[in-house]
Design a protein around this ligand. Structure first.
Ligand SMILES: C[S@@+](CC[C@H](N)C(=O)[O-])C[C@H]1O[C@@H](n2cnc3c(N)ncnc32)[C@H](O)[C@@H]1O
Length: 289
């Protein structure tokens, strides 16, 4: 009991730190949060980056159309978790879904509201909430999206159990998380920074991961976790169906062994694409309750 209480307290303390960090450094994909001017061009610039950095996810609008079947979401109740600047929310609303959008930070909620307002589209609710303790009744939603967030919270299992709870029977959920057995983790972070640059002498693997993923230009974020496929299956084991795909751009291969010696870029495009299907950084999880 004592141990459980201590774990809960640590988890709450870490959630507070995560909240403070993301509130000060909202995820703009623009690598420079210093001047956030949330106008129409700012939001469209974010969309452009997403199209460029995740070519596997869509060819254009709607964003994520290669991994989300928008035709199934019209008129459905959708929960969008950890919305950042609201690009997923905008696309879900445009598809005709009744969207509830949440994020841990007031900053993300304000940015998302602004994006929707500028584009004259409306979500059911956009609110501050913690994915680890969802303020919704059991079996409320038909679909839950958790894009790029479950790996940044201390109690990822609790958040996944919450998604299960708020989904209707037969409802679906999708999540974007980071893949551990990737070039990004083992080669560029663990070997490159950890071993060759000696960072493992003073940092744990978890600290390395926090430092060299999201917010690397701001000296790293508070918490970023990478998962194996086995660990993902374990986390989502309550669900009846769990489908996993690995995705990435060819950049990790192009810049192999080093960005100043990009020998990998000479490989045929199909081989590079084949390699990142196994060793890419992004893990896309599709589950059904
Ligand atoms: C990498 S950003 C991704 C944002 C957005 N999904 C996107 O792709 O632009 C991570 C987001 O997760 C949010 N977040 C972290 N922990 C959370 C939690 N426990 N509940 C809800 N949101 C959380 C952060 O505030 C931040 O907006």
């Amino acid at each position: 009991m004592g141990k459980l209480f201590a774990e809960e307290k640590t988890s709450q303390e870490m959630t507070k730190k995560v909240k403070e960090w993301w509130n000060a450094n909202p995820f703009t994909y623009l690598m420079d949060n210093k001047e956030i001017v949330p106008d129409w061009a700012f939001f469209r610039n974010i969309d452009r980056k997403i199209i460029k950095w995740m070519p596997w996810a869509q060819k254009g609008y709607p964003l994520l159309s290669n991994v989300i079947d928008y035709s199934q979401l019209k008129g459905k109740k959708v929960l969008d978790i950890a919305v950042g600047t609201g690009w997923t929310t905008e696309n879900l609303v445009r598809a005709g879904a009744h969207v509830t959008a949440i994020d841990l930070t007031p900053q993300a909620v304000e940015l998302t509201k602004k994006r929707l307002e500028l584009n004259h589209v409306t979500a059911e609710q956009v609110m501050v909430a913690d994915a680890q303790e969802l303020p919704f009744a059991d079996a409320t939603f038909d679909y839950v999206l958790a894009f790029g967030c479950l790996m940044h919270m201390p109690n990822t299992q609790k958040a996944i159990d919450e998604i299960y709870r708020v989904l209707k029977p037969g409802g679906r959920s999708a999540a974007m998380m980071y893949y551990k057995h990737s070039l990004h983790w083992w080669y560029y972070i663990y070997l490159g920074k950890g071993i060759l640059r000696g960072k493992l002498l003073s940092m744990t693997p978890q600290e390395l991961s926090n430092r060299y993923t999201d917010g690397a230009y701001e000296k790293g974020n508070q918490l970023t976790k990478f998962y194996s496929k086995k660990e993902i299956h374990e986390l989502f084991k309550k669900f009846s169906d769990c489908h996993i795909e690995i995705y990435d751009t060819t950049t990790p291969v192009d810049t192999f062994p080093h960005r100043y010696l990009p020998l990998g870029s000479f490989l045929p495009k199909q081989i590079k694409q084949w390699i990142v299907c196994y060793l890419g950084q992004t893990i896309w999880v599709d589950v059904r309750k």
